[in-house]
Design a binder for this molecule. Structure first.
Ligand SMILES: NC(=O)C1=CN([C@@H]2O[C@H](COP(=O)(O)OP(=O)(O)OC[C@H]3O[C@@H](n4cnc5c(N)ncnc54)[C@H](OP(=O)(O)O)[C@@H]3O)[C@@H](O)[C@H]2O)C=CC1
Ligand SMILES: CC(C)=CCC[C@@H](C)[C@H]1CC[C@H]2C3=C(CC[C@]12C)[C@@]1(C)CCC(=O)[C@@H](C)[C@@H]1CC3
Length: 351
């Protein structure tokens, strides 16, 4: 039977590379749905996939994960189109207005933390977040909360007796406990919203396993390593593309010291692809699955224990459920005036 696979943020980078890899492995056996914010880029991605796999089933769906209305609308559409969903890749993500701390970078080069700095970007990156029209912090809304609402909405087609479904989050080695605060889950106060949102996805994945494994739904997280994509090019915006190309030999050299420099979206998608082939019951809910590339350019996936605990994951889950109820209440409030308007119109006509 065909596997139904939905990938968010599938029009570029790691998400698109995953789609390409899935189709290369089994063109006929996969029914792909690319859920994208930008439909022009989504069309281009679909055409590229169909050019190399003309018989593939590739559908498109408009969804902006930072917008509550868009997520609810997309979820309705998905439920109309499919009666089951085997894989949901929660991959869309942003790192807006990144600031690269040059001083910290040079200090790091001459410290014992040099490898960690290159592997995780720890200590050298901050971001300035924005507020969405819904009034939420944009990084939290895009990377985490929109995805959480999507999962909750898709529950009926994700949970089926007698078969399993997988949720797979594109997290990061940049996820740190120190950037996350349970009292400020949207990271309104700090300067590391990206790290906070990725740490929150690690916690949420654990909580989802606690609450949904019995219903056959399993969640895992991966880190794609450091990959050259639109997201990373924006870290040094003044750097022209050719300078990045000039840096490539240095980056390949760094692979001798850390296998986290996967560099290409194809390599970065390794763990996402590997998880597609695993039995979800055999996976460790406390592990992050890393895409790694050796100095000799061999790709492999390796699990690493995450710095997370059940108590914090449950507390975050509760807070997300509260936010979800608030959002549902707001949606109902918005619908009320128009219902009132229609019933008023219906009144005199029927009398
Ligand atoms: N590159 C790296 O080194 C690393 C990346 N990651 C993670 O990998 C994931 C993919 O990023 P990557 O491929 O690198 O970068 P890209 O910028 O190429 O991909 C990000 C994707 O997310 C989509 N997206 C962004 N915002 C929204 C939104 N509001 N609604 C729907 N889609 C949205 C983008 O679509 P659009 O075209 O509309 O912008 C794009 O398709 C992200 O979650 C990122 O955090 C993790 C660790 C390292
Ligand atoms: C100018 C030179 C010679 C080097 C600059 C390298 C940095 C721009 C680069 C080194 C490690 C990278 C890194 C990330 C971004 C770019 C670096 C800081 C990430 C933080 C990108 C997003 C992620 O999720 C992390 C896993 C990446 C970790 C490594």
């Amino acid at each position: 039977m065909n596997k139904v696979v939905l990938v968010t943020g599938a029009n570029s980078g790691i998400g698109l590379a995953l789609c390409e890899r899935l189709l290369t492995q089994d063109t006929e056996g996969v029914q792909l749905c690319l859920a994208c914010r930008n439909m022009q880029r989504a069309q281009a991605a679909r055409s590229a996939l169909l050019a190399s796999h003309p018989t593939a089933q590739v559908a498109l769906l408009q969804m902006d994960t930072s917008s509550i209305t868009s997520v609810f609308k997309a979820a309705q559409e998905i439920k109309l189109r499919y009666n089951r969903l085997d894989y949901l890749y929660l991959n869309a993500g942003i790192m807006p207005n990144p600031q690269f701390d040059v001083t910290a970078f040079f200090k790091g080069l001459f410290s014992r933390k040099i490898i960690t700095m290159f592997a995780t970007g720890e200590g050298i990156l901050t971001q300035t977040d924005r507020i969405t029209p819904d009034g939420r912090q944009e990084v939290f809304a895009t990377n985490l909360f929109g995805h959480f609402l999507l999962i909750r909405e898709l529950e009926p087609i994700l949970c089926h007796a007698g078969r399993t479904s997988q949720l797979i989050w594109t997290s990061s080695s940049n996820a740190h406990r120190s950037a996350f605060n349970l009292e400020d889950i949207q990271h309104q106060k700090g300067t590391q919203p990206y790290s906070s949102s990725k740490y929150a996805s690690d916690l949420l994945s654990l909580a989802l396993n606690t609450h949904y494994n019995k219903q056959g739904l399993y969640s895992s997280v991966i880190c794609p390593g450091f990959v050259m994509t639109n997201l990373t090019y924006r870290i040094l915006p003044s750097f022209p593309a050719f300078l990045w190309t000039l840096l490539m030999p240095i980056f390949w050299l760094i692979r001798v010291f850390t296998n986290m420099f996967t560099l290409t979206p194809y390599n970065g998608a390794e763990a996402l692809f590997w998880l597609f082939q695993q039995k979800p019951e055999s996976l460790d809910p406390y592990a992050k699955y890393h895409s790694l590339t050796s100095a000799l350019s061999n790709n492999y996936t390796q699990p690493q224990k995450m710095d997370i605990d059940l108590e914090t994951s449950e507390a975050l889950y509760e807070k997300l459920l509260q936010l979800e109820s608030e959002e549902r209440r707001k949606v109902k409030e918005k619908q009320k005036p128009s219902q009132h308007f229609h019933s008023n119109r219906a009144g005199p006509l029927s009398s």
